[in-house]
Design a binder for this molecule. Sequence first.
Ligand SMILES: C[S@@+](CC[C@H](N)C(=O)[O-])C[C@H]1O[C@@H](n2cnc3c(N)ncnc32)[C@H](O)[C@@H]1O
Length: 287
Amino acid sequence: MRVQPVTEIMEEFAARPWQAVPDADLGVAAEVPTMLTREEGCLYHWLGRRAKGLGATVDLGAYAGGSAARLLSGLALSGHPFHVHSYDRFRSSRAYWSRFLPDEPLPEADDADLLPVVRRHLAPWADHVTLHVGDIGEKLWTGGPIEILSVDAAKGSAMADHIADQFFPALVPGRSILVQQDYLMAVQPWLPAQMVGLREHFLPLAHVPKVGLVFLSVAPVTEQALAAARVDTLTDGKLMARVREAARWHEGMVPRAAFKSMLMQIKEHPGVRFGWQMRRASAEGRR
Ligand SMILES: C[S@@+](CC[C@H](N)C(=O)[O-])C[C@H]1O[C@@H](n2cnc3c(N)ncnc32)[C@H](O)[C@@H]1O
């Protein structure tokens, strides 16, 4: 199989071909509820379709199966064998349920089981998907090479480290794609801090609004690299320094304002390393 040169991959992504994907191409996947924007959903489908069958697809943070369905609908058109591993607790609050699953009967209590809904949503590809139920922080990856890795569950700095430790070493340099779905969210500054620590290992390919960044793996992620990129143990000062470094790294691809908002969040919430805690503290401050 021809190995696509990195410059060609950069040009391919710079043309943003996923924007031309019509909803009709997604088929039944377009009906599966998702927290992704339309463009992000088309990106996932397109990434699946361009896959070469080099390894698994991993979907970290599945919620109701929207991201998995879009990946699967693309993979099914790739012409190669495929399998998606979707990870989540598969539980939902009533508030999220009513917002993202308005057509499903609202459960009576929080922490409702999403699995029956997810299984129904992913039924068209049932033989091509494995649901890994539970805390991702307790999951280990032993499934071989990963061709597409979507990270939508690194909501805290310790989880970002765990995900990197477990899944990044399985990425294939020159071939594998990493989507950091929450990359530019102000309340998750550890993501750019982590990736800039791995700048010799990943090449930024595209910013996909609202907040996602797509990377190409370009070098094997070793234990030594992971240790140097760890974010959970960084002081606020070091975290801010890394965010500033990331802003310089992404100059021309990402507006500086995104990183300024992250710096503000760190300043306003010293020592906080969970996105939900930053969000809640900001909301309480506004009251
Ligand atoms: C933004 S949502 C994912 C949205 C989904 N990709 C879509 O297409 O709609 C994030 C998901 O990550 C999951 N998550 C966050 N932290 C987790 C953890 N430690 N273990 C398992 N799942 C987790 C949540 O349960 C939630 O469903």
